[in-house]
Design a protein around this ligand. Sequence first.
Ligand SMILES: Cc1ncc(COP(=O)(O)O)c(C=O)c1O
Length: 435
Amino acid sequence: MSNISEKSKKYNLHSWSAQKALKPAVITKAQGIFFWDEDGKKYYDMSAQLVNSNLGHGNKALIKAIKDQADRLPFIGPGYAIDVRSDAAEALIDFAGPAFRGGKVFFTNAGAEANENALKIAKQYTGRWKFLSMYNSYHGSSFGASELTGEPRRFAAEPGVPGFYHFDGPYPYRAPAQVTFKDEADQTKYYLDRLEESITREGSDLIAAVFVETVVGSNGVLAPPKDYLPGVKKLCEKYGILLVCDEVMAGFYRTGTKFAFQQFGVKPDIITFAKGSTCGYVPLGGAIVKKEIAKHFDDNKMWNGLTYSAHPMGCACCVAAIAEYERLDIANNVAKVGKVLSDELDKIEEKHRCVGEARRIGLFAQVELVKDRATKEPLSVPDAAKVVGLLKSKGFATYNNLNGIMIAPPLIITAKELREGLAILDEVLSEVDAW
Ligand SMILES: Cc1ncc(COP(=O)(O)O)c(C=O)c1O
């Protein structure tokens, strides 16, 4: 291990890990969809880091926006008006489309904080205190966002504060054995019934908001059946509950549209975002609220605040990123290269018996690995981590969550680069088949 790696182990606590066995690679350079370690080894960034480097590495416009802002005014408190602060909010309202006309943005530093603040906004607006979210979800690692999270990363925050309840969201591949679906309409009905059951059991008039990842990310890249989210919204309206779409991972063209909800015919009341808003060049997240919620705070004090809310560097970078998505016609690239990804994943699914399902939408995919296709027994988490290690050793950098391998490259990737990356995956999966 090099000095830098050893020093990192000595002083840094690395996320989600027992520290002793770690051997953090030392990265010295990154450009486009690639990065390089200190030995000169080149990696395809096949997860866009943590599904946030949507515009890839070394984007000149983003770097310039940050440098210019640092020269002009690197920081001024959130109570003051400055050009990039209002420009970023205006651009995001526009990005969110007609449903959010007249809405406003509360800026945070990242995704967990976006959800924390959405929780408090929903609580203040509705006067209610319970929240529902899916078991198959990740909403962040701060305390409230951890409790909102349904998967095991929530356990470290439990028993936590009261008010957080979970329900089964759409995941037909892992539906209970006794449940069979004729078609998508059947799936929609089954999962909407699960939600309504939870709403009534928890007391519909106590629930402030239902939080959904519009397309579930870390926990499987699970795009809902097309009528599911409109059905969720209908249930929310029936019981006076707000719908919050967590677009932290799915937003900013990852699934093909600006925000993912725009392709599911649903209008959330609040959107939470981060990641692709600045592509990681500097941190920024936030909550976009619809007009009625914004108006509520005209006369009611909003009890939310952060020293770094609407940080000038983040806002400048966000304005530049939104312009870059347009200039580079990212929507078109996701449509074009997303089709290549889908075609290649069809082949991978057919060829490799270790693949249970390879789910995909846009440039967002997860390969769910199984020991046995018939029983769907998941590959163990240590084995899935071993697969990620093998991929990395061959230059395909990504991560796993449980038995799912993430494939979510920067949205600037070309069809050729994607095919090269997937050839490595194909080779590694052949080894896994043999296990
Ligand atoms: C859907 C979703 N929400 C929230 C978060 C938390 O964001 P952050 O890590 O920026 O706090 C993540 C992070 O991966 C996420 O995928």
